[in-house]
Design a protein around this ligand. Structure first.
Ligand SMILES: C[S@@+](CC[C@H](N)C(=O)[O-])C[C@H]1O[C@@H](n2cnc3c(N)ncnc32)[C@H](O)[C@@H]1O
Length: 222
């Protein structure tokens, strides 16, 4: 969570978002730390499960000094159904949900707000290749990417924008350009991904797996 918080702090410095959306917020810890640190004018917590949103709202209201009411909103909603004010700059955070859910939500938001000023911080639990493949196909621009190790698990944190590569960032790749061959956590994470795709290739049910495996096998040799 700290790693995502740091990316949001960086994002706010460089792009000054009017609204930050902690989508799929569940317990809300990430958004709470953002509200508490006054990192943005307003943070919107979003979860599709009513009792989760209600419980979070109760918790926030109990501590008004830590979480001043004017700095947040809590919405019960599917993150795909959000309404973004086109006059404002938005940062949408999607963390702790599957790669498929991330792609579904980003795709729908882009479709319903094609001209919206909406950037994303994405930290899916799996299927990073699929998420990256979607972002590359849709010509998203990379603002930052990193690998985070936490409790023997690894995550990628992608900060991306649907903007113009010339002016705002660099080109996204299918497997990432952040690999550091000397970093033990990167070694472990890559070994795990390669083992996963080896199993998929052996299973013989996915035509794409061999190509994906080869791309990951060459991550350290670039
Ligand atoms: C595992 S929690 C992730 C919590 C937090 N974001 C994190 O990274 O620790 C997943 C949460 O996402 C919510 N969720 C899943 N799909 C959603 C969607 N399409 N829209 C809104 N919330 C969603 C679930 O209700 C659940 O509370």
């Amino acid at each position: 969570m700290q790693a995502i918080f740091d990316v949001i702090a960086f994002a706010q410095q460089v792009r000054c978002y009017d609204r930050v959306w902690d989508c799929c917020c569940d317990h809300g810890y990430l958004g709470m730390s953002i509200v508490n640190a006054a990192l943005c004018e307003k943070l919107i917590f979003v979860d599709q499960v009513p009792h989760i949103a209600q419980q979070l709202e109760r918790q926030l209201l109990e501590q008004p000094l830590l979480y001043p009411a004017e700095r947040y909103e809590v919405l019960t909603s599917d993150a795909s159904d959000l309404d973004f004010n086109s006059e404002q700059r938005h940062l949408v955070i999607l963390a702790g949900v599957s790669g498929k859910t991330v792609v579904d939500i980003v795709r729908t938001i882009r479709k319903t707000h094609p001209l919206g000023n909406i950037d994303f911080i994405l930290c899916p639990t799996n299927a990073l290749f699929d998420v990256r493949e979607y972002l590359v196909a849709k010509e998203f621009v990379l603002l930052s990417e990193s690998i985070v190790a936490e409790k023997s698990r690894h995550y990628e944190v992608l900060y991306v924008s649907p903007g113009d590569v010339e002016s705002t960032g660099s080109q996204l790749t299918h497997t990432g350009a952040m690999w550091d061959e000397k970093n033990i956590e990167h070694q472990r994470y890559l070994a795990r991904i390669i083992a996963h795709y080896q199993r998929v290739v052996e299973g013989g049910n996915d035509d794409r797996a061999e190509g994906i495996l080869q791309r990951y096998q060459s991550c350290f040799s670039r």
